[in-house]
Write a protein that binds this ligand. Structure first.
Ligand SMILES: Nc1nc2c(c(=O)[nH]1)N[C@H]1C(S)=C(S)[C@@H](COP(=O)(O)OP(=O)(O)OC[C@H]3O[C@@H](n4cnc5c(N)ncnc54)[C@H](O)[C@@H]3O)O[C@H]1N2
Ligand code: MOO
Length: 398
C-alpha cells in the first residue's frame, strides 16, 4: 500500500502532455495553447480615438483658437498631417491624423461658426487616445503556452488577427463501468440491482476539462469481457477510467484483466479513505485508473488523482485544484495510518464536514464544495484547528 503523497507523485511523473494540433480560432475555445503566441502586429495598429469628438494637437490648442476641418469616421485613415490651427471631427475607433495627439468628447465642446470651444477642465494632453501598440506591441508575448483558452482569450487572439492556434488535442478518455448489478437510470430495477451512477458523475466532471470522451463501455463482472474492454480502451485513449471491480472479491476482475492485458502496474491500494483499493497502471503512453466502485470513492479519487493528471496531460500550466486552509467547525476523529478525504462545505474562513460520509452515498457530494483532508497520522481534530481543504474545481457557488 502506498501513501497518498507517493501515489500522487507517481501519477504526476507519468502524466505527459498530449501532442498538439493547429485548429481554426472558431474551434479554440476550451482548448489549451501549446505554444506561446506573440503579437503579429501592434494593437491598436495606429493612434486611435477612444471617443466621438474632435482630435487636435494639444500644444497648438494652448496657443491658437481651433477651427474644425474635416471628419474621420472609423475605418478611414487621414494621411495628411493636421494643420496647427485645426481640429478634426473624429469618431470612436478612427485613426488620429498625423500630428493630432488629443481627443475631446463632443459633449464637452461647443461649435460656433466652425470654431471649437472646449469646456473640459479635466482634459489632459493625450486624453481619449489609445496609443498604437498600447494593448500589445508587435512581437510581444501575448499568451503563454499552457493557457486555457476561454471567451476572453479567443477574443484577444481575434483582436490580434490570429486565426489559427496550436492547441493540445483533447485528452481522450474512455470509461469502463464494471458491475453485473448495474442498470441505467430510466430502465426498471429488479430486486438486488442498483442504478448506475459512476459513468454519469464522471462524464459530468469531465465536461469541465479539455477532454474527449471516446466511449463508455459497460461490462459485467466477467474477466474475458473486462480484458476485451481494456484492450479496446487502451488503443483509443490517453486515459482509461475503470470503475468497480478493483477490490479483492471473487467478482473483482479488474486487476487480473489489467495483468492479462500486459499493462504495467504502478500501484494498487493507497493509504486513504475512501478509495483504498485505487489502482494505477499504464500501457505505453496510456494511463489507466481503477477507481474503487463505491460512487463517492469514485468521485473522490477522480478529483484527487485523475483531475490533476488530466490537467497535466492537457498541457495546462495552472491547476484549478486549489488547496486552502480553513478553520474546522466540528470535532473529527479518525484512524491513524490513512489519509481521509471528507466531503465538506467551506466558506472563506471555515470548513464544516457534511453528513453522509459513507462511500456508497452521493448526497454529501451534492452539497459539498470541497474535500477536507485529514492527515495520515493525525487521529483527532478539534473545532478551530486549521485544516487543509481541496476546493472542488467545478463547484462555483450559486
Ligand atoms: N473484503 C474487502 N471488501 C472490500 C474492501 C476491502 O478492502 N476488502 N474494500 C471496500 C472498499 S473501500 C471499496 S471502495 C469497494 C471497492 O470495490 P470495487 O472497486 O471492487 O467495487 P465493487 O465491488 O464493484 O462495487 C462497490 C460498490 O459500489 C457499487 N457500484 C459499483 N459501480 C457502480 C456504479 N457504476 N454505479 C453505482 N454503484 C456502483 C456496487 O454496487 C457496490 O455496492 O470494495 C469494498 N469491499
Ligand atoms: O473506501 Mo471505499 O472507497 O470506502 O468505499
Amino acid at each position: 500500500m502506498v501513501s497518498v503523497t507517493a501515489a500522487k507523485k507517481n501519477i504526476q511523473e507519468l502524466a505527459a502532455p498530449v501532442p498538439y494540433e493547429t485548429v481554426p480560432l472558431s474551434e479554440a475555445s476550451g482548448r489549451v495553447l501549446a505554444l506561446p503566441v506573440h503579437a503579429p502586429a501592434d494593437v491598436p495598429g495606429f493612434h486611435q480615438s477612444a471617443m466621438d469628438g474632435y482630435a487636435f494637437t494639444w500644444q497648438c490648442w494652448q496657443q491658437l483658437p481651433l477651427e474644425v476641418h474635416g471628419r474621420i469616421p472609423a475605418g478611414f485613415a487621414e494621411q495628411e498631417p493636421l494643420s496647427p490651427q485645426y481640429a478634426v471631427r473624429i469618431y470612436t475607433g478612427a485613426a488620429l491624423p498625423p500630428g493630432a495627439d488629443t481627443v475631446v468628447m463632443q459633449e464637452k465642446t461647443v461649435l460656433h461658426q466652425a470654431r471649437l470651444f472646449i469646456q473640459d477642465e479635466r482634459l489632459a494632453p493625450g486624453a481619449n487616445v489609445r496609443l498604437r501598440g498600447s494593448e500589445v506591441a508587435a512581437g510581444q508575448l501575448a499568451l503563454e503556452a499552457g493557457s486555457y483558452l476561454h471567451s476572453g482569450s479567443v477574443g484577444f487572439l481575434a483582436n490580434m488577427g490570429v486565426y489559427e492556434v496550436p492547441v493540445h488535442r483533447k485528452v481522450r478518455v474512455t470509461l469502463i463501468i464494471t458491475g453485473s448489478e448495474l442498470v441505467q437510470p430510466g430502465a426498471p430495477l429488479l430486486y438486488g440491482q442498483v442504478y448506475e451512477a459512476n459513468s454519469w458523475s464522471l462524464r459530468a466532471a469531465l465536461q469541465h476539462l479539455p477532454v474527449q470522451v471516446q466511449q463508455v463501455l459497460h461490462v459485467p463482472d466477467n474477466l474475458h469481457q473486462t480484458i476485451q474492454a481494456i484492450n479496446t480502451a487502451v488503443i483509443q485513449s490517453d486515459v482509461v477510467l475503470i470503475t468497480g471491480g478493483v477490490s479483492t472479491g471473487d467478482y473483482d476482475y479488474v486487476a487480473e484483466a489489467l495483468h492479462a492485458c500486459g499493462t504495467q502496474f504502478l500501484f494498487h491500494k493507497v493509504k486513504q479513505k475512501p478509495g483504498k483499493p485505487l489502482l494505477f497502471a499504464r500501457s505505453g503512453q496510456t494511463l489507466l485508473f481503477g477507481l474503487p466502485g463505491n460512487p463517492a470513492a469514485v468521485l473522490t479519487c477522480f478529483y484527487e488523482y485523475v483531475w490533476p493528471a488530466i490537467e497535466q496531460m492537457a498541457g495546462l500550466c495552472n491547476t484549478r485544484l486549489q488547496q486552502v486552509q480553513r478553520r474546522l467547525t466540528a470535532r473529527v476523529v479518525k484512524k491513524p495510518g490513512l489519509t481521509c478525504f471528507m466531503k465538506a462545505i467551506c466558506n472563506t474562513e471555515e470548513v464544516t464536514p457534511c453528513m453522509a460520509q459513507e462511500s456508497y452515498r452521493l448526497s454529501s457530494f451534492h452539497t459539498a464544495n470541497c474535500l477536507l483532508v485529514l492527515e495520515e497520522d493525525t487521529t483527532a481534530y478539534s473545532p478551530g484547528d486549521l485544516v487543509k481543504v481541496h476546493l472542488l474545481p467545478d463547484r462555483l457557488p450559486y
